[in-house]
Write a protein that binds this ligand. Sequence first.
Ligand code: SF4
Ligand code: FES
Length: 381
Amino acid sequence: MNAITPNPQAVPAPVGLLAELTHRCPLRCPYCSNPLELDRRSRELDTATWQRVLTEAAGLGVLHVHLSGGEPTARNDIVEITETCAKLGLYSNLITSGVGGALDKLQALYDVGLDHVQLSVQGVDAQNAEKIGGLKNAQPQKMAFAEKVTSLGLPLTLNSVIHRGNIHEVEGFIDLAVRLGAKRLEVAHTQYYGWAYVNRAALMPNKADVDASIRIVEAARERLKGQLVIDLVVPDYYAKYPKACAGGWGRKLINVTPQGKVLPCHAAETISQLEFWYVTEHSLGEIWTHSPAFTAYRGTDWMQEPCRSCDRREKDWGGCRCQALALAGDAAATDPACSLSPLHAKVRALAAEEAADNPPDYVYRTIGSNVRSPLKEDAPL
Ligand code: SF4
Ligand code: FES
């Protein structure tokens, strides 16, 4: 494995802050991107610290704050935190499940200046959706929440994470987004980190269904031009080139966990040799510019072949470090999702094999479970 050395290349200004306010959540989605070891309530940052972090983020040039979790409305101070964003001129996006206390807090969030809502939907058919999310009666709560969002005039994005348990509903997600008056729909094929990695065999769709889902989205984009924007995240394992994960390591995004650990992406903790700094000990600016975790894979100096001499290296920044570790056993390797990686054929074969087998039961997301991270074991390829 390559030694990690700080990268001296110029430091860009961050654009977005993903504020994981809490890991508490009423849903138990088996594809959750949170780590397997979830932060408990007793370790969460207090209101004043979040307000200081937001102030520092604005000073660094951050424009968008994604108020996320877990379920961010589970925090009693969500309205105060949102108000702080508004006062600092930060565009606030509430990423919510729409269940639990979300509906009760929505009016107050709107009143203090919330800018945008992103609502997760696990399925179109209520029974299927509630099986995936692991919570009975969630679907009617989500629908009531969505209606309230649009009645307030707040822009609504629906987020549907696609996998073999709901890939047959892609057309239905599009109809649902239109019916609810959403401005945007994310058809996001599952990315296999965190809980999704553990559940990969239960979630992996086959290539034919993936291709069909992409055709459905392309046709709907044409049909619904000017009415609904549809973002499509294609599944890595079937892609030709990887995505620029998190917009490139240490280039655009800062992720702060509920206990204040600052990460370059939501799964970075799986790279166990990295050293992460906390907002309780350093300013956000210091962490962004100098912390070992952010400097480790910033720029291109750390790259190996084929990335090092590839003309796409400043487009996708070598793909995803966490996936490279998970699949290749080296976070500095070319992401095996890339067709130029020597491991890509194996990734394709692995996906096809898992998709062909009967799906195992979901391992539902839960705080305090003993699920071990497969990312720390030997890479499977
Ligand atoms: Fe991107 Fe590296 Fe693949 Fe080139 S070789 S396309 S830089 S992941
Ligand atoms: Fe960590 Fe992609 S999830 S770099």
